[in-house]
Design a protein around this ligand. Structure first.
Ligand SMILES: *Cc1c(COP(=O)(O)O)cnc(C)c1O
Length: 389
């Protein structure tokens, strides 16, 4: 039996280096605290990175999702289809526009929305689909785009887990009509809070930019720079959802670090895959052979009948006996109290998402983990399963 770690191993940690700290300090000294030149530079570099024509920096992925639906004119009477296996904000933003969220169950193997079930959920009211690239593994975009084209649907990808994910040699962020990224503290590219919307549609990008900053036709940073003017016009009652320069200062350096961070994630995930594929009762994540998995999450499923241990027992043992933190992604959206009360959903409505949820845990996976940390996780999981038989 491996020893209990002296220090708790958290399930996620951001990697912030001295470059980020220096850039933030310089930004503070520059006097630009709100949206300014760093945001503009980050937008430009991020758009180039994913291969999109436009990128609009906002204060969260939630804001990017909401503003994109809003800018598309989606509202009361409309339906938007998404996966039940996502963070609740994906569905909450649909509700915020006044539209109705509709779920289509996941494929039990890929854990992404099943295109067959997606198409079956389309009605005359359906206006958009929000596929979620769960864990960093791309959805089947060819199938989703074909369905969207047949039914005239707007494709808005939730790429909160998918910075650097590719699908058939194409970067996520350059495929659907619009793509929303998250830079929340736990995500692969972290600015603490923050998000980005990418699109090739200039009109859509302009609308989102205006909506994100009070509905003002001229960005505030133009107003205050030497070539700006005090004059502005409000085109619509917009929101306050823009990114600001301190976040962008972090993002610019996180973007430069992404290659190295991705390599380390791949190494760790590779070691987990090799170790856990050999243990009966453990189900390891599916990986497409024609794209890059961003490895935002490493989700392990525990089949309690074969492993002799339940998912909950595994989580408790890892924490209490080995000092290793884990998490669960996600509690399916349709079983949250609000969704059950408001829409009458039952657990059994989306059985694949439910079965997966009952068996899954997310193991620590982040670039600053040492090889010893990874060994500790592998040995602890092995011990727990072995101890059970
Ligand atoms: C984190 C997350 C979001 C929300 O991101 P924020 O930037 O915190 O708003 C949305 N969807 C998924 C799948 C997420 O994991």
């Amino acid at each position: 039996m491996v020893q209990k770690r002296n220090h708790f191993l958290p399930y996620s940690l951001p990697l912030i280096g001295k470059e980020e700290i220096q850039e933030v300090t310089e930004t503070l000294e520059s006097g630009w605290l709100s949206k300014g030149p760093k945001v503009q530079q980050f937008e430009k570099e991020f758009a180039a990175f994913v291969g999109a024509k436009h990128a609009v920096a906002v204060n969260s992925c939630t804001a990017a999702l909401f503003l994109a639906l809003k800018a598309k004119g989606i509202g009361p009477g409309d339906e938007v289809i998404t996966s039940p296996l996502t963070f609740s904000s994906t569905a909450n933003t649909i509700i915020h526009t006044g539209a109705t969220p509709v779920f289509a169950d996941i494929d039990e193997n890929t854990l992404n929305i099943d295109p067959v079930k997606l198409e079956a959920a389309v009605t005359p009211q359906t206006k958009a689909v929000v596929p979620v690239h769960f864990g960093g593994q791309s959805c089947d975009m060819d199938a989703i785009l074909a369905i969207a084209q047949n039914h005239g649907l707007f494709v808005l990808e939730d790429a909160a887990h998918a910075v650097y994910t590719t699908y058939k040699q194409r970067m996520i962020g350059s495929i659907g009509d619009a793509t929303a990224f998250s830079f929340y503290a736990t995500k692969n590219l972290a600015t603490g809070e923050g998000g980005m919307l990418t699109t090739d549609d200039e009109e859509l990008a302009d609308k989102i930019r205006v909506l994100s900053l009070h509905g003002m036709s001229k960005a505030a940073w133009n107003r205050y720079s030497s070539n700006g003017s005090w004059y502005y016009e409000v085109e619509s009652p917009g929101y306050k959802m823009n990114m600001f320069d301190l976040q962008a200062a972090l993002g610019l350096h996180q973007l430069k670090r992404l290659d190295d961070m991705q390599k380390r994630r791949e190494e760790i995930a590779g070691r987990y895959q090799t170790a856990f594929q050999q243990i009966p009762g453990l189900i390891t994540p599916f990986v497409h052979d024609d794209g890059r998995h961003a490895w935002h999450l490493y989700v392990l499923q525990v089949d309690d009948k074969k492993a002799g241990v339940t998912r909950n027992e595994m989580i408790t043992a890892l924490k209490d006996e080995y000092n290793i933190g884990t998490s669960v992604h996600f509690i399916p959206v349709h079983i949250h109290p609000y969704y059950q009360k408001q829409f009458g959903y039952k657990e059994a409505d989306f059985p694949n998402a439910m079965n997966y949820y009952k068996r899954t845990l997310s193991l620590p996976l982040y670039p600053s983990m040492s090889d010893d940390d990874v060994d500790d996780v592998i040995e602890a999981v092995r011990d727990i399963v072995k101890g059970a038989d």
